[in-house]
Design a protein around this ligand. Structure first.
Ligand code: FAQ
Length: 315
């Protein structure tokens, strides 16, 4: 067989990327491309799984049966997203258990947003509307990501996130139209989740160490700031529609650019949360660790059952 040197492989790889031909698991890829994908997709998977916790706390306290059933379905969808994403990480040669252990040891990151507490029912509305809204803004372009398994997982994830966003907006609309106390609860949830939702998009472009390379590889199709701006432009009119106020005194429409200008993000707070010092970081990781420990007997029983069946089949 003809020997192909690395620079030729790299040239062919980049040519595929430039022509929007998907990279598949068995294709040659540079180590750094593989590493970047493992990092981003595993962080994304962890975010889905940790993201179940703030909402999971409200399943037993949902105000009626319909709300309970819908929230339960949403949280189950998030578990499903985690599973597709962990599978996508495995196609890159990463070990799923190791990836999860890295989350539990505090080595791996997950989205900053899930380290804030959910204090009232209105927070379920704010999370669906703002957090899923931000997730969709970020993830729709990922459906065109250059790595096939990630891009395909995103198609289904985005369909489900879209339902999640609508359920959140519907909760907020109902509360905003309700009693003065209910409207105040919705406003309070918006006040607490607005800025953390803007932080979800990651640091400003000038401070984002991975964006340029990820754009060159067509993993990311937009920069963090571009996506954040798209989110603000889409969401401010929604808040106005339901009579809520975005908690930003510097927010104003710029007629010339056709975009909203918004105030400064507290990046110190963001990095503190990312470093593990947010209000709920410790609680979230402890809960995940406990779930793994307490689920050990289920995994062992499933393995024993599978081994027994395999033995019976081969006998
Ligand atoms: N939180 O150079 P960049 C969801 C880290 S899913 C924590 O800009 P990149 C569904 C970043 O990892 C939400 N860390 O990095 C749901 C990097 O650290 P590293 C999750 C953050 O990768 C809804 C460093 O800062 N979505 O919500 C954050 O180019 C409701 C420098 O940053 C995804 O994961 C942050 N917010 O851009 C579930 C989408 N931002 O790795 C339940 C896929 C940045 O060097 C309920 N991911 N960092 O140690 C992405 O699009 C990208 O990875 C970004 C970051 C945009 C998150």
């Amino acid at each position: 067989m003809k020997e192909v040197n690395i620079s030729e492989l790299e040239r062919r790889f980049q040519e595929k990327i430039d022509n929007d031909i998907r990279i598949e698991p068995k294709d040659w890829m540079p180590d750094e491309y593989r590493k970047t994908l493992i990092r981003q997709i595993s962080q994304h998977a962890h975010s889905e799984v940790v993201g179940m916790l703030p909402e999971g706390n409200w399943i037993t306290r949902a105000p009626n049966l319909r709300r309970k059933a819908v929230l339960l379905a949403k949280v189950q969808d998030e578990a499903g997203h985690g599973l597709y994403l962990y599978s996508a990480v495995e196609t890159l040669g990463a070990d799923r258990e190791q990836t999860i252990d890295d989350l539990h040891s505090g080595k791996a990151k997950y989205s900053s947003i899930f380290n804030y507490p959910t204090l009232t029912w209105a927070d379920m509305g704010a999370i669906g509307w703002l957090v899923d809204g931000a997730a969709i803004m970020n993830q729709v372009p990922l459906c065109r990501c250059s790595y096939g398994p990630y891009a395909r997982a995103m198609v289904r994830v985005c369909k489900e996130e879209s339902f999640h966003q609508r359920q959140g907006f519907e909760i907020m609309t109902t509360l905003a139209k309700g009693s003065p106390e209910q409207k105040a609860m919705a406003q309070d949830a918006l006040n607490r989740f607005w800025w953390p939702a803007l932080m979800m998009f990651g640091p400003n472009d000038a401070d984002s160490k991975h964006t340029q390379q990820s754009m060159d590889w067509r993993i990311k199709r937009h920069t963090n700031d571009e996506l954040r701006q798209m989110f603000v432009d889409a969401t401010v009119p929604q808040a106005e529609l339901i009579g809520l106020t975005v908690p930003d005194p510097d927010l104003k429409w710029n007629e010339e650019t056709g975009h909203y200008e918004f105030g400064a993000i507290n990046w110190d707070e963001f990095w503190e949360v990312v470093k593990g010092n947010g209000p709920c970081n410790k609680d979230r990781i402890d809960t995940r660790r406990k779930a793994k420990e307490e689920g050990l007997w289920v995994r062992e029983a499933a393995m024993a059952h599978a081994e027994k069946r395999a033995k019976r089949k081969s006998a």
